[in-house]
Design a protein around this ligand. Structure first.
Ligand code: UDH
Ligand code: NGS
Length: 294
């Protein structure tokens, strides 16, 4: 009986070990939503401005994470609190760029992301760009925040949609592009003011440039979208008559002409006024004046 119970104890220890390993790799990421506003995740190795790189290896990708922003301080705190440990566990060489739109004119998510691309490159030789909403957080540590051979859609299994893809060409929330891929599509369109469509336009650019989009499986990609109300200044953008959700400019439906416009509207036509850059402990904030709809 003694020998038998000894064997059981040894086996238990062995399984404890296996379980622990399995747990650390596979467990859904434990997202904390109750983050006090004054909470600042402490990490001695991290340099000011929210940059970090692995201690014991040289990462292949240098990743700029670009977040479009205005008046979402509480979401930003939650995002930073959860994402720094997440990215560090993935041994990422990364920097966080929060691009803030100055003033109260209509919000332009896509233009802010183009600006983030340009501003980040002024600081470091980034070769991967992850464009992320401030309210979207991955739930599984295996969801690698890295670029791939094609542009990657990373927010396709959202909790608010029961972890299902809303429609086949959805390309919103979080997307990852290598520098080459982003240049190939000339970035985002700058013409989508207000909510909706800029991500569909980007999808069309990717296809027009002869690339495809990649998505990882639905389990690894489970993602939390922090519930919130619609922000003032980000109402649905103007729609053409009879067509739902199609932004227009001077009556012209933008999405319909996405492919024709992509080489003249984007990174190569981007103009904005840089106001200032602020280096916070956990992120770099760039405040910009992006003008108003034409
Ligand atoms: N954003 C801001 N400030 C704004 C508007 C947008 O920071 O005033 C940024 C932020 O990073 C946000 C992203 O732009 O995550 C996308 O905007 P969104 O979160 O408003 O878009 P989403 O499609 O929600 O997630 C739309 C409003 C839905 C309200 C539904 C109420 N049930
Ligand atoms: C489509 C929008 C996309 C948006 C998607 C999901 O209708 O920009 O809904 O939005 N397209 C247009 O308006 C043309 S969600 O419900 O996740 O907020 O990403």
């Amino acid at each position: 009986i003694f020998l038998f119970s000894m064997k059981i104890m040894v086996l238990e220890k062995y399984f404890e070990k296996i379980n622990f390993t399995a747990f650390s790799i596979h467990s859904p990421y434990n997202i904390q939503l109750n983050v006090p506003l004054d909470n600042e995740f402490k990490n001695e190795r991290m340099s000011f401005g929210g940059h970090n790189k692995p201690e014991n290896c040289i990462a292949l990708q240098k990743i700029a994470i670009v977040i479009p922003f205005r008046n979402r301080e509480s979401h930003l705190k939650i995002w930073l609190h959860n994402m720094h440990p997440f990215l560090q566990k993935q041994q990422a060489d990364y920097g966080i760029y929060v691009i803030e739109q100055h003033g109260n004119l209509p919000f332009n998510r896509a233009k802010l992301l183009n600006i983030g691309y340009k501003e980040a490159l002024k600081e470091y030789d980034y070769n991967c760009f992850i464009f992320s909403d401030v309210d979207i957080i991955p739930m599984d540590q295996r969801n690698l925040y890295r670029c791939s051979t094609n542009p990657k859609h990373m927010a396709h299994a959202l909790d608010k949609f029961n972890f299902r893809l809303l429609y086949a060409t959805l390309f919103g929330g979080v997307v990852a592009f290598t520098k080459e891929q982003f240049l190939k599509v000339n970035g985002f369109s700058n013409l989508f003011w207000g909510w909706g469509g800029e991500d569909d336009d980007l999808y069309k650019r990717v296809i027009t440039a002869g690339m495809q989009i990649e998505r990882m499986n639905n389990i690894i990609s489970k993602t939390k979208a922090i519930p919130h109300k619609r922000d003032p200044g980000n109402e649905d953008n103007p729609k053409s008559t009879g067509f739902q959700h199609v932004a227009t400019r001077n009556g012209e439906p933008l999405l319909e002409k996405a492919a024709r416009r992509m080489y003249t509207d984007g990174l190569n036509s981007l103009n904005y006024t840089f106001i200032r850059v602020m280096k916070h402990r956990l992120y770099t904030k760039v405040l910009v004046d992006i003008g108003k709809p034409e």
